[in-house]
Design a protein around this ligand. Structure first.
Ligand code: AMP
Length: 194
């Protein structure tokens, strides 16, 4: 299996690129943001809890997020691997992911592909997305900036976790979507032919 952590700040293009990688390599994207939004929409207890963090641009607590991801992971069969989009967002989550993959599937993270995009580009991309997506957290510049702050405070360090395992590859996330997809695919292919 190929298990990709698609990494990068909000607005770096993880969702867009996941769709491409899913098709090319028969992978299943697991987006914790999408899972939370599903729960918000259906007004579940988990959704109510998550909303109180998401509306402020803060991270939902690790344990809640990890339990949700673990439950989802076991639902999908017939794929050649997973794309983790928006998870892990803390070092504790990265440790949990290793543990879950090992215990539940005897698998491991193959590679962490990190999309690099300047902050001001992120802000303008997210504001633009907010006009169409209807996402409350994309509509307000203050919340967007808080999400980016949260990224640098808690998430950026996850890069070190994968660097230490020689699994970290950084890719320029600015430019033509197809070209970025091509660069990501090249990295994935290196691991398929291994
Ligand atoms: P995203 O769609 O990945 O930008 O996530 C939207 C929001 O969901 C984030 O701003 C967080 O509030 C929450 N969220 C998504 N994934 C995680 C995660 N791995 N850990 C904690 N909170 C998360």
């Amino acid at each position: 299996m190929i298990n990709i952590v698609l990494f990068g700040p909000p607005g770096s293009g993880k969702g867009t690129q996941s769709k491409y990688l899913e098709k090319t390599f028969n992978l299943k994207q697991l987006s914790t943001g999408d899972m939370f939004r599903y729960n918000l929409k259906h007004d579940t207890d988990l959704g109510k809890l998550a909303r109180s963090y998401m509306d402020k641009g803060h991270l939902v607590p690790d344990e809640v997020t990890t339990d949700m991801l673990r439950a989802e992971l076991t639902k999908h069969k017939g794929f050649d691997g997973f794309i983790f989009d928006g998870y892990p967002r803390t070092t504790a989550q990265a440790e949990s992911l290793d543990q879950i993959l090992k215990e539940d599937m005897d698998e491991e993270v193959t590679i962490c592909l990190s999309l690099r995009v300047d902050d001001e580009i992120l802000v303008s991309r997210l504001l633009e997305r907010g006009k169409e997506s209807g996402r409350a957290d994309d509509a307000n510049e203050e919340i967007i900036r808080e999400r980016i702050r949260e990224y640098y405070q808690k998430t950026d360090e996850v890069a070190e976790f994968y660097k230490a395992q020689n699994k970290y590859v950084e890719i320029d996330g600015v430019g033509n979507i197809d070209e970025i997809a091509e660069k990501l695919s090249c990295q994935v292919e290196l691991h398929i032919s291994e």
